[in-house]
Design a protein around this ligand. Sequence first.
Ligand code: G4P
Length: 530
Amino acid sequence: MNLDKEIKRRRTFAIISHPDAGKTTITEKLLLYGGAIQLAGTVKAKRSKKFATSDWMELEKQRGISVTSSVMKFPYKDHEINLIDTPGHEDFSEDTYRTLTAVDSALMLIDCANGVEAQTKKLFHVCHMRKTPVMTFINKMDREGRDLFELLEEIEQVLGIATYPVTWPIGRGGLFRGVYHRETKELILYEKDSDRSSRIVPLTGMSLESEELEKQIGAELAEELRTEIELLDGAGDHFDKERYLKGEIAPVFFGSALNNFGVQTLLDYLVSLAPKPLPRSAVQRTVDPAEKKFTSFIFKIQANMDPSHRDRVAFMRICSGRFERGMKAHHVRHKRAMRLGRPTQFMAQDRSLVDEAFAGDIVGIHDPGVFKIGDTLSEGETLSFTGIPVFAPEHFVRVQLKDPLKSKQLNKGLDQLAEEGAVQIFRPINSNDQYLGVVGILQIDVVKYRIKAEYGVTVDMKPLPYTAARWISAEDPKKLEALKKEQANNICLDTHGNPTLFLDHDWRLKFHQERHPEVEFHTTSEAVSV
Ligand code: G4P
């Protein structure tokens, strides 16, 4: 076994997109290329979009599906790909953000008609903060969409990342015929094979100037393509791999996931250009993936909602060395050795036990209730990986206990759920209340349900009028105190005692920032946590 070779083969990425941009569809096509599924439609045993949040059977079913599709591993042309799902729709939660701490790059999917949408913006922001390299796929080119130059401009303006179209579409909507690859100078034409797949028509060695081009795509499209490529080339941008790796420029591809147009071109580029597993920072030092000793961190804990199966799966990202089934690892926070039970990898709907895994791989392990988000595992070394922050909640409730005698069980339950990363707990500095904060609204119902089902406590969750929170810090403690005093009714402490300002309107943040220029307002807890 050659550790270096194994690491070089690995690509670990997530797809970021707004619901309905085509994430499920493109995932399915990627899995098809990886041979992980035989038929398109397997991933699409997709959740019903219309279930009521009170329908717990549906919720359980949905969570069941999201467990199996959380991480998909598949081989492609001598590469091993780990594709991590970023839950969207109703199950959008802090997990969605946190997933992005476990990847080395991201694929941003944009609907050509809708452009940059809200959820894409939020997820991109996390990538940007972490300087994660991002590739872009403009989807649904078989439909009428926006002007593409405008669309690229929007990506640059709204997201603040430069773009470089690697491919460019030939025709749009009903006339979409394929793409021109600006680097290989190849025309890649597609022919619909059957309902939802396509065949690439090989047209190598045909230049843009060639007369054959007219014969293939017609005079009008040929003319349009030549003009647009001239425009792009004239803009003088060039693709700089270093800038891509720093998250400053996004290579852009066009296609139609539904018709499988352009997906393989993207995948080929991704395996050749996206980074292999990268070194990870720990408080003590930077860990190189090629180090012989195994290290990993827990970035997601998935509890099964079914009370008859109270098991949890902790997902770890391996940062260095080799993992082997049955191995014991050092749990750094608990300062003890533990066997990592039932190591599992997922492929579409199937789970399989893992015999060995390497840096970059994501493995699910059995969690008997000992893991917390951010925990580090090693072969004995005391290491704490950084970069797994808590993200500012967007929905808030006050917890009201129906039976005061149950406060101990309630606290135990909430602590446990907070360790899993399902909820954040805050205490207002001015009262004895308990506030909960979550990123996705559905989490409130999940927490309420689980507290009842697993700890036998009935609680009421009274919505609070807040829409955002920011951890606050300042070099000069007096400056921080001034804000705390002024906003005492809106200041809460998180579970580590870090002060957090709760905000009821977006504009208020700007107001406080202007009024207290020496105070810093953080969207993640990392900057203030110890
Ligand atoms: P999501 O996971 O990002 O939410 O999106 P999903 O793949 O479910 O796609 C959302 C809708 O967009 C689906 O239609 C899907 O078929 C369609 N779609 C995805 N890619 C393309 C594309 O390249 N071209 C076109 N024209 N449509 C595309 P739906 O009607 O909601 O579902 P279905 O009935 O097709 O399954």
